[in-house]
Design a protein around this ligand. Structure first.
Ligand code: FE2
Ligand code: FE2
Length: 399
């Protein structure tokens, strides 16, 4: 006789997934000799309020990252695709159809186990799967065993494992993240990076440069990270010299290239979500997208809601007419950060120390000429910026 495959469903919010989830999955895989364990993030768990629940896409992506190196753990989006409230019985029915010759196991938390009879169609659940759980704290093993007796009298198959309690919970991890405390020992390294890169669970009401640093490092390589730090330093120096807001210069300089190493499709998705309209040159110039997506990311995802910072990032590549002092400082700082060494950088540095306008003109001429040489379109914002500066200089000469 062909041996039935053993498949377990491990449902939960996974908000976020952490090491104890994966450890528990591994324990069950070993003890029950499972062929496969499916992590099934819930769309909207009926037992939880939605307040701190982040989007399903993020939760599923983190589960995939955490499961990457475990070949018996897979991630299933069946509950997410189904939308609405997730009922275990519906998921089990679906899995039963999907794996008709398999033996199904359901892994659930202790508190869920205790209230099984309140779930939708408990008898059907009993008939479809073996119900597995572990104690939540030191003294509920006996209580779970009592409950197990009751369920087996009703015809259920159950497994209560006496594993040591981990002390980790998603709630605790969310709290650590929100308080800017380290949570790296509780989650997979890739999950930690994902949380920073997507700015999940963070306290958006506070400014914390160490946190911003981690976000930058999770989104870019070493070289661009150094460039960002150099632009921040240079933007601050110029801001101080010319009377712009130094703190904002640091912020905008640091974050100006935050989406530069983000794939184009993702940059466009960020722009689209922020309802920013692109002009015809921007649509066809992928090099301009990172500035627009970066500004949107900083404003809409990091919730740094400052118009001047937004515009300084938004126009750091193209420039535009009527730039603020801060915008100019960031635009120029991008040309003369400490690591820059192109032909003409010394002249640009000297001009930046003399006059923002002259440095702007030099920088813009440089970019416009370079684009024309490569037969690329020139953003009307750059032309407007260039003309504004040149016409002002001409007018003052003719006066
Ligand atoms: Fe840039
Ligand atoms: Fe840059």
């Amino acid at each position: 006789m062909k041996q039935q495959k053993k498949i377990a469903m491990f449902g939960g919010s996974f908000n976020p997934i952490h090491n104890a989830h994966i450890n528990l999955a591994s324990v069950f895989i070993k003890k029950l000799k499972l062929d496969k364990l499916l992590l099934i993030p819930a769309a909207a768990p009926p037992h939880k309020s939605d307040s701190e629940m982040i989007g399903a896409d993020h939760r599923i992506n983190m589960c995939r990252l955490a499961a990457e190196e475990h070949k018996k753990i897979d991630v299933s989006d069946i509950e997410i695709r189904r939308q609405g409230k997730s009922y275990t019985v519906d998921t089990l029915r679906q899995l039963h159809e999907q794996y008709p010759d398999s033996e199904l196991y359901l892994i659930t938390g202790a508190d869920m186990f205790m209230t099984l009879l309140d779930w939708k169609e408990p008898q059907t659940i009993f008939s479809l799967a073996t119900i597995c759980t572990v104690p939540r704290n030191d003294d509920d093993y006996e209580i779970l065993k009592e409950k197990e007796k009751q369920y087996s009298e009703m015809g259920a198959k159950t497994v209560v494992l006496d594993v040591k309690k981990s002390g980790i919970s998603s709630t605790k991890i969310r709290h650590l993240i929100f308080s800017d405390e380290s949570f790296s020992k509780y989650v997979d390294e890739k999950v930690e990076k994902y949380i920073y890169a997507n700015y999940l669970y963070m306290d958006t009401s506070t400014v914390n440069y160490e946190r911003f640093d981690k976000v930058l490092k999770s989104r870019m390589g070493e070289k661009r990270y150094i460039h960002s730090q150099n632009v921040a330093a240079e933007a601050q120096r110029l801001a101080k010299k010319y009377g712009a807001d130094v703190k904002k210069a640091k912020l905008a300089g640091m974050l100006h290239d935050i989406t530069k190493e983000t794939p184009g499709s993702e940059q466009l998705a960020i722009i689209e979500n922020s309802a920013i309209a692109l002009n015809n040159v921007e649509i066809l110039s992928p090099k301009l997208w990172h500035a627009i997506a970066g500004a949107a990311f900083v404003r809409d995802i990091m919730k740094i809601d400052d118009e001047d910072v937004f515009n300084s990032i938004r126009y750091h590549t193209s420039g535009r007419a009527k730039m603020s002092l801060l915008e100019k400082c960031v635009f120029i700082a991008d040309f003369i950060g400490a690591e820059r060494n192109y032909d003409g950088v010394d002249e640009m540095r000297a001009l930046a120390n003399k006059s923002l306008e002259e440095a702007m003109e030099y920088g813009l001429s440089f970019s416009i000429a370079d684009l024309a040489k490569r037969k690329l379109a020139i953003d009307p914002n750059s032309l407007a910026c260039y003309n504004e500066i040149v016409l002002k200089a001409l007018a003052s000469k003719n006066r």
